[in-house]
Design a protein around this ligand. Sequence first.
Ligand code: C2O
Length: 350
Amino acid sequence: NPIAPPDLSKCHLATAVDDSETSSKEVECCPPFSDSPVEFAVPSFSQLRLRRAAHLVDPDYISKFELAVKLMKDLPGDDPRNFYQQANVHCAYCNDAYDQVGVADSHENQLHIQVHACWLFLPWHRMYLYFYERILGKLIGDENFAIPFWNWDHPEGMQMPALYTKVKSPLYNPNRNPKHLPPTTLLLDYSGTDPDDADDPKHIRDNLALMHRQMITNAKTPEQFMGARFASGDTPNPGAGSLETSPHNNIHSWSGDPANAFSEDMGNFYSAGRDIMFYGLHANVDRMWDVWTKTLGNKDFTEDDYLNAAFFFYDEEKRLVKVKVSDVVDSEKMGYTYETRELPWRYTRP
Ligand code: C2O
């Protein structure tokens, strides 16, 4: 059977583990409780929302984005659309606040709902971004509003995008590695140590080679690319796909502040959603999924246990919505698409 949506009334404390897996702490991140979900439906639209590269957007767009994020931060703390409530959505699904529903003794046996390190990684994060984007759009009265993507697979995007690093901006977050502010080159294979020659162009070449490897060489099947199957009753974390392991995980740890005990914000699941840069990182993860299917011609999983896995989110109207993986397999049917960018890694041989 597929993973069923959580029982929100039984949400419990979540657990955050540090990078070296030597210490852990309990955190509270359960969403407000509601027991009357509606089924997911995409509102009708006349044009696709266009997600653009974060380093190419114009000042007007940045002002709109800043206003939307500020309004989201200003919502009452118990509004499920509030900025920190939204960060908690990630915490609850990713730091084991939910037990699997319909599985005997799931609590005692630690059979949690975990959307990382398995085939749910891509569809779950697509849902999460979808609602996030619609909430931002609603707050500024622009139903065509689209979040930007951090174009980290392209040499021009291989540093923290500047729009997130202006100190007075609502897009700023102080909990980032101070050594990795622009123009430091992002290392897609980052393992916790900074090279002495950080501005050597060879790092760009290494990044492109890594992208080629993780998008093509190591991504021949849905298991390899998307992650291992994970169904009801299974032990969490059966295995991450190539895109999740690296670049994705490495960008998280490269971004978070190592001076914080749990590498907050970006370096830990429980706090990652508090950094607006998270959504830029994940928009590009989501774009890479589109590229893998639409441009590179690969096929997703077709098993019912994949397509029928379901989750709850709050939408822009504060309604609790039940979404299934089958609802999100095609981004254009959800009303959005990505600006076309070159894929310089495509023909770069590792
Ligand atoms: Cu849910 Cu980038 O992690």
